[in-house]
Design a protein around this ligand. Structure first.
Ligand code: MG
Length: 382
């Protein structure tokens, strides 16, 4: 099964691993997009010869245009460039690997164009999951998750003809670099320590989200939307070894799990080839050299971001967009070393208190809740 890909966010961790999968498995690349990583975009364009390359930043696009002048790759800029890449007629599959709410409009554009969505942008479903899933159903667009936990659940659900047979979903969490620490200890952690994930090599934003456990909270909301499950039917267990990527428990008590090495190439590849499986570059798992597998309870009081996400999962409406927007802004400030690690949940909680939540929001209401949440965070550190 050969696919033709449009990769939104090709310079990021998922984007680069998607290109690795494309190269190993012979998928074609029709479009790549970056924010401003001109050098990498040029190298990717020369290797994969896409029809379209987008740099969202105007200056970066101008430079990329000069660098690629001797090739057949057209260069576009701005959010319109992203939308063009999302709906490109040559592509049958759009990999949405842009971080944050910036991925929402391009994902909707790809759905409207009837593409398969290899979904690697969790904020899209956290902010606008009901709207996005309804639109995908209406347009007949397939959404296949790339997030390792959701891919694991998706794989365990293959062959399940009646979703009513699912008793609950079990999301595994690595626990991040600070699992087991007290709030006093968390008050001292630095940016460099938070960026050192024990098992996974990922982008900066998601690595910080893993350290605060916000990532698992966002993933619970993502799972609710993908699989139409209420939050009380989704359990989070800490699994330090990151070998069991998630599980599904059925009504008869059977639990199916998907295991593998901590290598995103497998979920990326499965999102492209589903329902088929093909050989690929993912590192195989050797059961005989695995450490013992352990499962523990998470602590949403110490890791307050997880507690806040669980509250928003219950509340619904725009509260999940406020959660996500405030968290994006707070993580950005933490990465700039303007706030401390424990300021992240404090600022997110502040934003949740200040921005009023709406039920059944449309796209504009979701985007304005996101903006208001960011403003609330920036305001409180001014
Ligand atoms: Mg994940």
């Amino acid at each position: 099964m050969r696919r033709t890909l449009s990769i939104l966010g090709s310079s990021g961790s998922i984007g680069q691993q998607t290109l690795k999968v494309a190269q190993a498995c012979g998928h074609a690349v029709a479009a790549i997009t970056v924010n401003r990583s001109v050098e990498l975009a040029e190298a990717q364009a020369r290797q994969f010869r896409p029809r379209l390359a987008v740099a969202v930043d105007e200056n970066a696009a101008a430079e990329l245009r000069v660098r690629l002048a001797d090739t057949d790759t057209r260069v576009l800029s701005g959010p319109e460039g992203l939308l063009e890449a999302a709906g490109l007629p040559e592509a049958d599959t759009v990999v949405t690997a842009i971080v944050g709410v910036a991925g929402l409009r391009p994902t909707l554009a790809a759905i409207d164009a009837g593409k398969r969505i290899a979904l690697a942008n969790k904020e899209t479903l956290v902010c606008a999951g009901e709207l996005v899933m309804a639109r995908a159903e209406e347009k007949g667009a397939e959404i296949v998750p790339v997030d390792s936990e959701h891919s694991a659940i998706f794989q365990c659900l293959q062959g399940c003809k009646n979703r009513g047979e699912v008793r609950r979903l079990i999301l595994t969490a690595s626990g991040g670099p600070f699992f087991g620490r007290s709030r006093e200890e968390l008050a001292q952690v630095t940016r460099a320590q938070a960026l050192r994930h024990p098992n996974w090599a990922m982008g900066a934003k998601i690595t910080i989200d893993s350290a605060t456990l916000m990532n698992k909270g966002l993933e619970l909301i993502e799972a609710m939307r993908l699989y139409s499950m209420p939050p009380e039917k989704i359990q989070i267990v800490v699994h330090r070894e990151s070998i069991v990527h998630s599980l599904v428990e059925f009504e008869d008590g059977a639990i199916l799990a998907q295991l593998g090495s901590a290598d995103m190439c497998l979920p990326i590849q499965y999102a492209l080839t589903w329902p088929e499986r093909t050989p690929g570059p993912a590192k195989p798992l050797d059961l005989l050299s695995c450490p013992p597998l352990t499962f523990q309870r998470p602590d949403p009081e110490t890791f307050r971001c997880l507690g806040l996400a669980l509250e928003c999962a219950q509340r619904g409406g725009t509260s999940t967009a406020v959660l996500s927007g405030a968290n994006e802004a707070a993580v950005e400030l933490f990465l700039q070393e303007k706030i401390t690690f424990l300021d992240i949940p404090r600022l997110v909680e502040g934003a949740l208190g200040r921005v009023s939540a709406l039920d059944r929001p449309g796209l504009d209401e979701i985007l304005s809740a996101d903006r208001a949440a960011r403003e609330a965070v920036y305001d409180s550190v001014r």
